[in-house]
Each structure stands twice: as structure tokens, then as C-alpha cells.
Design a protein around this ligand. Sequence first.
Ligand code: CTP
Length: 400
Amino acid sequence: EIGKFADERKVNAYIIGGFVRDLIIGRKNFDVDIVIEGDATVFAKELAKRFGAKVHTYERFKTATVVFKGGKRIDFASARTEVYRAPGALPEVDMAPLKKDLMRRDFTINTLAIKINEKEFGKLIDFFGGLKDIKDKKIRVLHSLSFVEDPTRILRALRFATRYRFELGKHTERLLKIAVQRKLFKTVEGQRIYHELKQIFLEDNPLRVMNKLEKYRIISSLFPSISWDRFKKDLFERIRKVIIWHKLNFPEKETKYHILYFGALFLREPLNRVEKYIKELAVPQKEAELLFQILKNSLPLIKKVRLAGKNSEVYELLQNLPEEFLLFLAALPQDEETRNRVLNYLKSWRFIKPLVNGEDLKSMGLKPGPVFKKILSKLKYAIIDGELPNDREEQLTRAK
Ligand code: CTP
């Protein structure tokens, strides 16, 4: 449909980047990026009008996002058609705007495009040998200055290599090593590093990416005081398992899973040093607070959970904590019983409600007030502690 629309407007349109890469590799990807050889903002506005969709445009970058009914989003970008040429310069053959656009990208595997205009629909465009590199399972940069232009690509290279089980190309690996040696990370804004670390931590297996970063001495280059030791590796693996469990049981909860890994990375560092790292990375306020809460309180708290007597005491310790904090506690190395306490809280205790409610208390002749809350929470604790069965009659009797 979008291809037809592009035909009407007499512009070329291509799906590019990650979507095409993942289509060929056979991995799910729902982020569609379309490049228009022309002005994408005008195109997106007209398209949205035609389909009754919403559109956000960013004139400065000539990009737009169209949100269709049902929530499907598609991003549009402009491949610039204008050509700057010095006066009196020799005439040159214009390079396709699409090619210029793709040339600025990080790795060959990300430079594939598929034309979607009706007459050449589905035509694969491969200026830089991306298809071959996918077949060869290689991550390769397009040119020697790629890591210098953007050192965050060092992190991206190892993230993609891990995700697809690809190798770095020989030349690319050499360039990466040189870039690390020259400490090019120092030239990058902290928030961009944070963004890429977050992307790593949102992968299925961050531990494997981290081991690769360690191999190239990138962790100590980013965080000189942190050693990538057995304890951290084990914790990363435990966090991975807890996240799998959590996604299965609470798929609808929006959880900032990456914060758990940042917590593991910084655990046992002196807090003032962590503060310095957090500042350098420009971690967003809310995430910074959550991270700090985890680093400061999780070890003391898990000890209290271990030493608590009754289940209801555990409940009191854990209630109202952020989901990420609870998951971090569940992932900490500890004895079976303590871990089960945290898991039981996550799975069931926090959802327990007495079968008696305020109405019942009223009909017993009680006046609504703070006493209601007290009675109901006593009932709840009794259920959690296994002293009261899940039986309305018995609970009513206890309430009385
Ligand atoms: N890109 C780049 N240099 C960067 C970041 C991105 O050249 N530092 C390019 C890449 O070619 C990439 C595109 O911008 O294809 C979009 O990047 P991103 O949003 O990270 O998407 P994906 O490549 O799809 O990665 P992912 O599958 O992790 O979302």
C-alpha cells in the first residue's frame, strides 16, 4: 500500500536497515524504517491523511513517524536528493540518494534495502555487500573511520556479533582494537554510552556480550574500577533466569529489566563512585533513583528477609518495593529458603486478599475507619502465615 502511494507521488521508497537484515536472517523484527528519496515529512503527512493515521514529523531531521489505527508505527526518513557541488567543479555522476544515506551506516549488514514501489516491489538493494556478509556471518564496517566517527559502534559491533553469533571481520576487529586502545569512548557523550549499554542489557543474553566486551578490555576502559569477576558473571546469569521467569508469569508488567544488570555491574562499588558513573552516563533521573535504591538497600534487605520470623514479616519488608528491586533480590545469591520467600511474595503473598471485606465488617456493626484496615490486614497476615484457611466462614469468625 505504501509502495503504491509512493508511485502516485512519483518518489522511490525503500524499507531499510534492521528490518531487512532480520528478514534475511530470519529473526522477528517489528520496527519498520522506510527511506523516501524525497521529503519524507510531506510524504508521511499525506500518507497519514489517506489512511486516517496519526503522524509526528521532525522537520529538522526531515523524519516522521506514522501511527496507524491499531497502533502499528512506521518511521520515515528522507534520503536527501539535493546535490552540493562546488562552482566550476567537474560534472559528476550523481550517486543515488539512497546510497548516500546507507553509506553513513555502521555495518554492512545494516545497509540492505528493499524497494517497495509497485513496479520493482521486493527488489533487494545491496550496495556494500551486506548479503554476502550475512551469509559469511561477518560484522564489517563500511570504512576505516567508522569507529572513530562513532565509538558507540564498538558496543554495537559486539552486541550484533553476539546476537547473531557472527564474527567480526578481520579488518573490522583490528580497527575496533585500535579504537579501544585510543580510548575513543572518552570523546562520546555519556548518555549515548548509556543507551548502548541499555540495548546490550535488553538482549536475551547480556552476559555473553559482556564477556566479549571484557575480551577487548572495554569494560575496564569504560569503568576503570570495575572488575568482571566470577561473582558478577554469576549474578548476570541469575538475573537472566529471573527475567525469563518474570516475563513468563507477568508478561503485561512494564519492567525496566536493564536496571537489574546495571545493578549487578555496580554492586559492591562504593556509592560515591557509582554516583560518579551515573552522572557521567547521564542516567535518566527515575532510573538513577531506582538503581541507587537497589545498590544501597538490596544487600541489607535480603539479610533481613533471611532473618525474619514469619512470612508476614517478610511481607512487611517487601511491600511497596519496585518490581525491579524485588527481582534483583530474587537474583542475589542466597539460600533456598530466603529465595523462596522473595519468590512467594512475588508470586502469591502480594495478591492475597481476605474473603471478608469492609461491607462484612459494617454488617457486624463496626464503624468504618482505620480499624477496618487493621482488621483486614491482620486477616491477610494470618492467611499469609498459614494460620487461616481460605474459607469465608472461618475468616468471618476470626474477624469477630
Ligand atoms: N546506526 C549507525 N550508527 C549508530 C547507530 C545506528 O549507523 N551508532 C544505523 C544502523 O545502520 C542501524 C540504524 O542506524 O541499522 C538504526 O539503528 P537502530 O535503531 O539501533 O536499529 P537496528 O539496527 O534495527 O538495531 P536493533 O535490532 O537492535 O533495534
